[in-house]
Design a binder for this molecule. Structure first.
Ligand SMILES: Nc1nc2c(c(=O)[nH]1)N(C=O)[C@@H](CNc1ccc(C(=O)N[C@@H](CCC(=O)O)C(=O)O)cc1)CN2
Ligand SMILES: Nc1nc2c(ncn2[C@@H]2O[C@H](COP(=O)(O)OP(=O)(O)OP(=O)(O)O)[C@@H](O)[C@H]2O)c(=O)[nH]1
Ligand SMILES: [Mg+2]
Length: 452
């Protein structure tokens, strides 16, 4: 059994750490029938049937009594033999059970190793494997639904359909290369190659749009609240969070450090960063706080500049706006409308929108929520969003660029046209992992939790 190539048996606690009603240990390896018999004190589990047994140590003493599940490969999550020990969910019991598994030849699984094996045994493709982690990490119901879409293969199916169409078009094109006596272009025209390319193109655009929306559910956005002291940044943070996460006082310079909180708007995770008010100060602590404000600005996807609506945009505010990086979208908030007497709502500024609201009364905060979602292009949850990652978007964009290049090459040379199609196909195949760089799997699976 222990040849150089046989995979080792791995084990890990699959349930969350801490106390729980039931705790599960998962074991996966090439051959676990004997393992099951020994640990259950000599019983023989039937495949895929719950067996109630004592889990015993080397002396036959019970460590725990629980349910044993045996999934003979290849009909298991990993495609190998899998055993689950469902014991009582105490950390000490689980530790003892896990130690017993090690004694029986298993080693501790690395993060994501079960899912990695499922991938290597072709139980899941790479998108599906990634979506296992995304489902576990989902921060909202919308994100969870869309991770499950990917886990069930919806994203992969769309990508594979595109790849198939590209293969067809490549075959057609490469056929012309076999008949050099024919005129390339004429042949391709007869086969309507350009028409087919346009069709792939528009389907690819559709997949990109859906993936982009799904990616928003996964990545969310980082919004930094900035402005002069006392304009109400922390009050707005609290209003958005629906909780007193930041200290609010009438003292200018209350917030000295960045305060972070995540809220979910329409299923999209929004990371809000409250910052120290910007002003010239001799106070050492406040100075460091202000440096952190600018550091937070550099990390943000959107800046909310708060202004006391009664004062309007002052020279100091204009200076803050001017110092924001050009790439950074910004929204100006006129706060304290309960004092200024303005109506809640939206107006147009010079290169930015202005939201008029009161962080204290809450009037207009909903308008801001919509503006934030608009700013990242969120179109609302709909059926069929797959929870894409940046890696997927990148691959789709590269495929898209290759299709552009193919279009340009058309008419020049059939070889070149075919080559760009090949590269587009290769880029798309990276998504499902059919084609991949060597280090990709390590990068993806190391971010999983242990036991997954
Ligand atoms: N107890 C337990 N619950 C769990 C898991 C688990 O590993 N253990 N899962 C872990 O993530 C998820 C379920 N995922 C699973 C995926 C495939 C198979 C499996 O046995 N597949 C076989 C048979 C399929 C069939 O009968 O239709 C196969 O693919 O051949 C099991 C669990 C969530 N719940
Ligand atoms: N009337 C009214 N008062 C507000 C509003 N928003 C904030 N305030 C008050 O303004 C004062 C300053 O509010 P903060 O939220 O602490 O202001 P900040 O911008 O975080 O201030 P620093 O942390 O010092 O930079 C507090 O007394 C708040 O209660 C508002 O919409 N209306
Ligand atoms: Mg504050």
């Amino acid at each position: 059994m222990n040849t150089l190539y046989a995979p080792e048996t791995i084990a890990a606690v699959a349930t969350a750490p801490g106390r729980g009603g039931v705790g599960v240990i998962r074991v996966s390896g090439p051959s676990l029938q004997a393992f099951a018999q020994v640990i259950s004190g000599g019983k023989s589990p039937l495949p895929r049937r719950a067996l109630y047994a004592n889990f015993v140590d080397a002396d036959g003493r019970a460590i725990d009594s629980g349910l044993l599940l045996y999934f003979p490969g290849p009909n298991s999550f990993t495609g190998e033999d899998v055993i689950e020990l469902q014991g009582h969910g105490g950390p000490v019991v689980l530790k003892m059970l896990l130690a017993r598994c090690m004694e029986l030849g298993a080693r501790l699984a690395e993060p994501g190793e079960f899912t990695k094996r499922a991938f290597l045994n072709e139980k899941l493709d790479l998108v599906e494997a990634e979506s296992v982690a995304d489902l576990i990490d989902a921060q909202s119901e919308a994100a969870a639904r869309s991770a499950l879409m990917s886990l069930k293969g919806a994203f992969s199916r769309d990508v594979n359909a595109l790849v198939d169409t590209l293969i067809e078009l490549r075959m057609l094109t490469e056929a012309t290369l076999d008949f050099p006596e024919e005129d390339d272009v004429e042949w391709l025209e007869k086969a309507n190659a350009l028409g087919r390319l346009a069709a792939v193109r528009s389907r690819l655009d559709g997949v990109l749009a859906t993936a982009r929306q799904g990616a928003l559910l996964r990545e969310g956005m980082r919004v930094v609240l900035i402005g002069q002291p006392n304009v109400g940044k922390s009050s707005l943070m609290n209003a958005l969070a629906g909780d007193e996460v930041a200290i609010v006082t009438e003292v200018a310079g209350t917030t000295r450090d960045t305060v972070r909180e995540q809220v979910v708007l329409d299923g999209v995770p929004v990371h809000i960063i409250d910052t120290a008010g910007l002003r010239d100060t001799a106070d050492v602590v406040e100075k460091i706080g202000i440096e952190r404000t600018w550091a937070a600005v550099d990390q943000a996807d959107l800046a909310l500049l708060l202004i006391d609506g009664r004062d309007g945009v002052t020279a100091d505010d204009a200076a803050i706006l001017a110092r924001l990086p050009d790439r950074l979208p910004r929204v100006v908030v006129f706060n304290k409308i309960d004092l200024s007497g303005e109506a809640a709502g939206l107006s147009e500024g010079d290169g930015h929108q202005i939201v008029h609201l009161s962080a204290r009364s809450g009037a207009g905060v909903d308008v801001l929520r919509h503006v934030l979602l608009d700013a990242i292009g969120w179109q609302g949850e709909r059926e069929g969003l797959y929870l894409a990652r940046e890696r997927h978007l990148d691959a789709i964009r590269r495929a898209s660029a290759e299709l552009d290049a193919a279009q340009d090459a058309y008419g020049l040379a059939a070889e070149l046209f075919a080559e760009h199609l090949r590269r587009a196909q290769e880029a798309l195949s990276e998504i499902t992992g059919e084609f991949r760089a060597d280090d990709l799997l390590g990068v993806i699976f190391s971010r999983f939790c242990i036991g997954k």
